[in-house]
Write a protein that binds this ligand. Sequence first.
Ligand code: NAD
Ligand code: GLY
Length: 361
Amino acid sequence: MGTSANGSPDGPGVITVTASRSYEVIVGENLLKDAGSYICRVVSPAAAVIVSDDNVAPLYGQAVAASLEKEGISALLWTFPHGEDSKNASTLFSLLEFMAEHGITRSDLIIALGGGVTGDMAGFAASIYLRGIPYVQIPTSLLAAVDSSVGGKTAVDLNAGKNLAGTFYQPRLVLCDIRTLDTLPDSEFSCGMAEVIKYGVLCDTELFDLVKTGDARRHLDFIIRRCVSIKRDLVKKDEYDTGSRQLLNLGHTLGHAVEKLSHYTTSHGNAVGIGMVAIARCAYAAGLAPSDCSDDIAAALSAYGLPTSCPYETAQLCEVIRRDKKRSGQGINLVIPRQIGDTYLYRMDIDQLEVFFGKCN
Ligand code: NAD
Ligand code: GLY
């Protein structure tokens, strides 16, 4: 998959993302204590704001701060309450105010230390503070490691829906220390596995077969590198999400609607899993796929205790999907699995959605 090992045979793997800014994704064990030194290879800030939620900050904030101080970078830790509820304009502006009060300049740095909520919000803050300052992603959830920390999509949620305000803004570095996943609760690990399974369904039967039995924890290094490599390839082709990058939205159209209808009590990973099963089943029922791979997807999700059936009515879901940011004009691009490992984009008129999802929901 184009992943190259760097240093000793057991050393960290390095995957280079080529986009409007090129950067490395470094995947390995026990990297946090050297975070400052990795960071100094790509930027030279006088100060860094470590953005982290109240679960992750007590676990890893100090290690990252100490590694920065070892390199002569003064570290400030800014913490917010964990969870999707915090991914909003109010938290974002509190962070911006904090940076301004502490005199953070354009040559300083933001570090997103945490899951996808932290990464999306800190990345957004970096893209708009002083019209853009550098940032580094240090993912600590599986979801962030395999997906959200790479590719430069940043966002906060609005009342009307998820990720409705955001930017494309690439980080300077992604530093993924696999050992941080040791403290990730099992339920959060499973959420990340929904995205891993997504990559398998998308284009990688070997990955799908490896993880479908439920023992992904044994292969984390391989899995993360593989997923990041797939994402790297899609981002290189279509950084701004006008074409093939949209394949990464497999399961997300219905998934985002489930998240919204649950008032974000259903996690992103759980919702994406539900969305993948539904789209596979409905696509087969509608004659858009030659085979029905929904049972295989559901079995893989179940192996991680993830839900597979949708608790909402089709009409409710379609009402939310009509407001989805992925909609353009009168249509929306759906990601359809032909079979495991083979997917394509299909543009559907918004008026046909209810019939389509009604076939099997
Ligand atoms: P999250 O950031 O809320 O993390 C999940 C939970 O795990 C939180 O409670 C967090 O405190 C905790 N946690 C994280 N790392 C931990 C660790 N090592 N030890 C103990 N606890 C830990 O959510 P998430 O699932 O990481 O990410 C979901 C978010 O990512 C959603 O907002 C979604 O929209 C976004 N996302 C963005 C992209 C993108 O390309 N930007 C892609 C996919 C998802
Ligand atoms: N997670 C979707 C994307 O990065 O495009």
